[in-house]
Design a protein around this ligand. Sequence first.
Ligand SMILES: [Zn+2]
Length: 143
Amino acid sequence: MTGPARRPSPRSLVRRELATSDRFRTANDIYLTLAEQRHRASLSTVYRTLTALADSELAETVYLPAAGTAYRLRPREAAGPYLVCVRCGTAAPVPTAHLAPWFRSTAARQGFTEVEARIEIWGRCKACRQGLPTGLNDNDSQF
Ligand SMILES: [Zn+2]
């Protein structure tokens, strides 16, 4: 007689699924992927897990206008901000060092100090624009 098979916790399923790709993915996408694989993880558990990963800086986030917050595990060498594809979540780093003086001078002119900025840039990647394979399971947007 054997005991019940040990199932991974919903949180570990979310973490594992997030690790399968370096694309930014929404909670809904993770939830649907897990459901397709017949794993049990509620959408609220997926949200809570992703939020906890982001809060502990194990995941990084971008905001996409049509999809909301998207997540991916933080790479060893974080290179954000990113240019993110609104269809497939592919991310390309954007060099921003040359913008820092502009931020500082703009803020100083208005009397602001302790200024921080977050840059979000999104669009369609070349593969999506050309209808090339992106690694997504289907032809639909993940968002
Ligand atoms: Zn794309």
